[in-house]
Design a protein around this ligand. Structure first.
Ligand code: CA
Length: 369
């Protein structure tokens, strides 16, 4: 079977419905290798995460995920959670799961741009899709199949497993009144958003969550973004910066991922495979709901108790960020044929969904102003 055909077969529906084996196996071999539809055999897996263990939101979602898998499998698949640095450092999660050191990982695809720049499309793109639009693209717009194809050579199966919703623009110790205020700014901002900052004269830095507060407080970085009120409050970022900017133009709906080692997945019986992928799907929705609910309360606390100064990026700053971001994303697509295919699918979907969202979500939200 050609890789393309295999990946097509591996599409979102196939993942839920049945067994998946490594490329090149016949259908019969896949069934044999997966151990059939179900079995009494028990499995013990490890999941490594890019977040600190038990971190509110992302970390606790992983705890929920493994508890759900344990419950749904009646204890036949138990998964031990390792936070960032416990088994491997945060940014070695991809390699650890690819090599089989751990069977699963939880993180965000833009952390792996060093493996493939195109991976960034599957976390978030500046001025890209919102959370609901990302889910629509992944599940019903061809995104999932492209993501699986991209990770296939690494021996990994990606699954969407959480979304932050629209993030915040970040924490600054000076006001951003014009694009020139971004010049010389050393800011923790990952992915394509970081590249946009670089083009505007800033210095993007990629730090795991657990290192942000100390870096900001010590002045190693001038500014940072992290997620939104709920997570930012948990890290105490308001203690190290004065201004809190909206919106998160660089992360309009960041998909978090579970990556699964292909070989380990293939060894599971079909029912456990379905449990793993569907539990991830449940967590994908659950985490977005949790963020939406908890961000409200945390924002209120930041503004009333901690007297944080809320700011919006001025129109001309957002316009310039958008101009540069479109260029950065288009250039990424031009560097690599796979990135081009993903960009084409993503871009087309964004155009189409915008037409609908403008007369639905946007039109409705405007009535509430
Ligand atoms: Ca972020």
């Amino acid at each position: 079977m050609k890789r393309r055909d295999f990946v097509k077969k591996l599409g979102a529906g196939a993942l839920v419905a049945g067994s998946v084996a490594t490329a090149g196996c016949s259908g019969q071999q896949q069934v044999a290798k997966s151990g059939g539809a179900s079995s009494a055999k028990s499995y013990r897996w490890k999941i490594v995460t890019t977040w600190p263990k038990n971190f509110p939101g992302m970390g606790t979602a992983v705890n929920k995920l493994v508890a759900l898998i344990d419950q749904m499998s009646a204890g036949r698949l138990k998964i031990d959670v390792f936070g960032a640095g416990e088994l491997v450092p945060a940014f070695e999660v991809f390699d650890a799961v690819s090599s089989g050191t751990a069977e699963m990982g939880h993180g965000a695809a833009y952390y792996w741009k060093g493996k493939s720049e195109a991976a960034q499309f599957f976390s978030t793109v500046p001025f890209g899709l919102t959370a609901q639009e990302m889910n629509a693209w992944l599940y019903y717009g061809g995104g999932m199949e492209l993501w699986q194809e991209l990770y296939q050579p690494f021996g990994l199966i990606p699954v969407a497993a959480g979304n932050t919703g629209v993030q915040m623009g970040g924490w600054f110790n000076k006001e951003i009144n014009s694009p020139a205020d971004l010049e010389g700014l050393k800011m923790r901002i990952p992915g394509l958003g970081g590249e946009v900052l670089r083009r505007l004269g800033g210095t993007p830095v990629n730090l795991p969550g657990g290192e942000i507060f100390t870096s900001l407080q010590s002045g190693t970085i001038d500014a940072t973004e992290w997620v939104g009120p709920y997570n930012d409050l948990a890290f105490g970022l308001h203690k190290a910066a004065k201004y809190y900017y909206s919106p998160g133009w660089h992360e309009p709906g960041t998909t978090l991922e579970c990556i699964i080692n292909q070989k380990a997945f293939a060894e599971l019986p079909a029912d456990l495979q379905a449990i793993v992928t569907n539990a991830c799907k449940a967590i994908n929705v659950d985490l977005l709901s949790e963020f939406t609910a908890r961000n409200n309360a945390a924002l209120h606390k930041l503004l009333t108790e901690h007297k944080v100064e809320l700011r919006s990026f001025p129109e001309d700053v957002l316009k310039e960020l958008r101009r540069v971001a479109d260029k950065v994303v288009a250039e990424l697509a031009d560097r690599d044929p796979m990135a081009k295919r993903i960009f084409t699918s993503f871009h087309k979907f964004r155009e189409q969904v915008a037409a609908w969202d403008n007369i639905s979500e946007r039109a409705y939200l405007n009535t509430r102003i």
